[in-house]
Design a protein around this ligand. Structure first.
Ligand SMILES: Nc1ncnc2c1ncn2[C@@H]1O[C@H](COP(=O)(O)OP(=O)(O)OP(=O)(O)O)[C@@H](O)[C@H]1O
Length: 713
């Protein structure tokens, strides 16, 4: 990995330590654009001889500062007398190197404190290597001492001790097992405590106060010990107040049965210590039964989890919490609650795909470091009941839901491998899944706005521990394609009281009955303005409304009323007729496309849907993003078990969309109805539900917030 350190190191060698050397050495773009946010492994620090403390522990250090209006940054040599924001104290003999970074450069951050510290890595005394004082500095990006550095992204907390000049920096840097090639081994975070002694108690307190701007500071009270050769007066603690913000208040929901049934242990041993170290105030609840988390989220006092709800388990437990929150009467306030995920389940597709995290320790550190990522929410609406079930990952019908259903039998015996076992068994006796599908493809405008939104979002600096409302959260805008009147009906329909979960009682989990033994020839019908095998009149097309994306309620129409639907036979056309009689008009009247026949899978993804158990390259919908506002629809035709195996094999490399029997579309809404007597199971984020009639899947006009940031290794 290329870092700016090499350049800076080379540059600094040209400098006369006495400060008489040339000034304003410009560094190339390569150095300027480098990212030195440090990954906690001291990367590049060895090539930074600009810190003289490491070779001669004197009283001088180098500090980096951004030069006022010019936006450039400069390297300066300064006194190290523990100045907080002490840039003004730089001496006349300072060496200034203008490295010409721009304001957006992510180089070294601005120096907030410099000083001298005595580090000792394994406690406060070391007989083998007596501690040596080195110069240290804290910038807005990292903490440097001697030759070493720690990215503030890895620092979880600082502990300081009353009446002492010592303090400890607790960090969780990424570590990689050296002998394992990086392509195979996975990096993980491991705890690394660094102990320091400042020249005085006051200076130690100053360091703690400055660190408090970036992480939690634990103040540990210790009785002042009498030191040999010092007077009692000298031992009196200096009264410097350490100010630290109170930690966030969070609810933790643990599914003890997730994955291999070790979620409670994972939380207790790996996660809780990190969160407590970081000052979190936790209320921990272990689920007692299925739907417990949903009940809890739907009834909890939001002040008990105002800073977030952390779900320890798989995607299923998060899905329960999401549905509980969105079923509340105060759903608008509830959906502003950020959701954290600790992966302890079988799959944990969401956190792996969105954050690139798959271990509990990294997830806990990501939660501590804060920030939120807005993520689309898909809603699957049952037409018969008006119930809506929400999801964040993927909704599917066909082979995958059949496997999900069977896998429940093997949860205890096989843990995360149960999907493979159930999949193999289902492959041996492959079913055929007859269904009717209508979908509204994304328009050019949708795709363009996705691109623009996404590009904008990349430039957004997510504030740490932001718990404001979605509307005020930077980077969270109601997608333009959803914010217009077109979706007024959807918005209103989705604010219906807890009718969303009407379909989610015990019955919904019952086994689906009936299989189709025959494999009907696929019948593909495309309803488009140009080619319409199923000829539709304009008015007929207009009847294809029913709260689907792209429809406009006529003045006075109440979309929620349309939600109380129910057509005579549940067919797409008849349901749209019902909607038409209720005064709905269609904008995208000729744009719906239709398919019917037997399929092995109808898969609707909210993001790439990577699977933890599989290879890193695996992806269900490679082009999808978690915030693009589109349903990524995959239709896998009924082509037999061998081609299905091929589909899963190619999926490991994200190449399955090239298969001729796979149809991939970016859609705004998908209407699905299983055939009479066909399998009725449907999976949403690993939760098994029963269809019993047509459902519509579409993006919700709001997003939910996931706590964390995408990891950079
Ligand atoms: N105490 C409990 N007893 C029985 N079932 C539970 C309990 N708590 C939660 N559940 C149910 O367990 C199901 C699966 O939970 P979860 O998703 O956390 O684990 P997983 O299935 O191992 O992981 P993944 O969904 O990532 O594959 C959820 O649908 C939830 O309803």
């Amino acid at each position: 990995m290329r870092t700016p350190w090499g350049k800076l190191g080379a540059l600094s060698r040209k400098i006369n330590p006495l400060g008489t050397s040339t000034q304003n050495h410009h560094v190339t773009d390569t150095a300027r654009n480098g990212n030195s946010n440090g990954n906690g492994n001291g990367l590049g620090a060895h090539s930074l001889p600009a810190v003289p403390g490491e070779t001669s522990p004197g009283r001088a250090g180098w500090s980096f500062r951004r030069c006022g209006q010019s936006g450039s940054r400069s390297l300066k040599r300064c006194g190290s007398t523990g100045k907080v924001n002490g840039l003004g104290s730089l001496k006349s003999g300072d060496v200034r190197i203008d490295i010409g970074g721009d304001e957006d450069s992510d180089l070294l951050g601005e120096v907030v404190m410099t000083g001298n510290l005595t580090p000792s890595s394994n406690g406060f005394s070391s007989k083998l290597a007596p501690p040596v004082e080195v110069s240290a500095r804290l910038t807005t990006k990292a903490f440097y001492w001697g030759l070493r550095c720690l990215s503030l992204e890895d620092v979880v907390a600082v502990s300081c001790y009353t009446g002492s000049e010592r303090f400890t920096v607790h960090s969780y840097p990424w570590t990689h097992t050296r002998w394992v090639p990086s392509a195979f081994g996975k990096s993980s975070r491991r705890r690394d405590d660094k102990h320091f002694t400042a020249p005085s108690e006051e200076e130690a307190a100053n360091w703690a106060n400055v660190f408090a701007n970036y992480c939690h500071v634990n103040v540990i009270k210790v009785a002042p010990k009498e030191r040999k050769g010092t007077s009692v007066k000298e031992n009196v603690a200096v009264d410097v107040k350490i100010v630290c913000k109170p930690g966030p208040v969070m609810l933790v929901v643990v599914n003890p049965l997730s994955g291999r049934g070790k979620a409670s242990k994972v939380f207790r041993i790996k996660v809780k210590p990190i969160l407590e170290l970081a000052g979190f105030q936790l209320k921990v609840v272990e689920t007692k039964h299925a739907r417990h988390a949903q009940e809890l989220a739907s009834s909890i006092n939001l002040s008990e989890c105002e800073n977030g709800i952390i779900c320890v388990g798989g995607d299923g437990i998060l899905n329960e919490v999401l549905n509980g929150l969105l079923s509340r009467d105060d759903a608008e306030a509830a959906r502003a609650i950020p959701l954290g995920i600790i992966p302890a389940g079988s799959d944990n597709s969401l956190i792996w795909t969105v954050f690139g995290i798959r271990d509990a320790t990294s997830a806990a550190v990501a939660i501590v470091k804060g920030g939120t990522v807005p993520t689309d929410v898909i809603g699957v609406e049952w037409h018969n009941t008006g119930a809506v079930h929400f999801g964040l990952t993927v909704a599917y019908y066909g082979f995958m839901s059949d496997v999900l259903e069977l896998s429940a039998k093997y949860q205890r015996r096989c843990g995360p491998l149960r999907y493979f076992v159930a999949g193999a068994l289902r492959l041996l006796c492959l079913s055929h899944y007859q269904c009717e599908i209508h979908y509204l493809p994304a328009t050019e405008t949708d795709l363009e706005s996705v691109h623009i939104d996404y590009a904008d979002a990349e430039n957004v600096d997510i504030p740490a521990q932001d718990s404001g409302s979605l509307d005020t959260c930077s980077g969270v805008t109601m997608p333009s394609r959803l914010s217009n009147d077109n979706l007024a009906g959807i918005v209103e329909a989705n604010t219906e009281p807890s009718s969303y979960i009407r379909g989610l009682d015990g019955k919904t989990k019952r086994n689906a009955s009936g299989r189709l033994g025959s494999s009907a020839e696929d019948a593909v019908t495309v309803n488009s303005a140009s080619s319409a095998p199923r000829a539709r009149t304009r008015s007929k097309s207009r009847s294809h409304s029913f709260g689907l994306g792209g429809m406009v309620p006529e003045a006075g129409a109440r979309p929620a009323a349309v939600g109380r639907r129910g057509s005579t036979d549940g067919s797409f056309d008849n349901e749209m007729d019902v909607a038409r009689t209720r005064g709905w008009a269609l904008e995208e009247e000729d744009k719906w496309e239709s398919r019917s026949g037997t399929y092995l899978g109808v898969i609707m993804c909210n993001h790439q849907a990577k699977t933890v158990q599989c290879m890193k390259t695996q992806s269900l919908a490679p082009g999808a993003e978690h915030d693009d506002g589109l349903v990524h629809l995959l239709l896998v035709r009924d082509v037999g078990r061998f081609k299905l195996i091929r589909f899963f094999l190619l999926m490991q490399f994200g190449k399955q969309l090239s298969l001729p029997f796979v149809e991939y579309t970016k859609a705004r809404a998908v209407w699905l109805k299983p055939g009479a007597g066909a399998h009725q199971g449907c999976g949403i984020d690993g939760e098994l539900l029963t269809l019993d009639g047509p459902v519509t899947t579409r993006m919700q006009p709001y997003q939910c917030k996931l706590i964390g940031k995408r990891q950079r290794f």
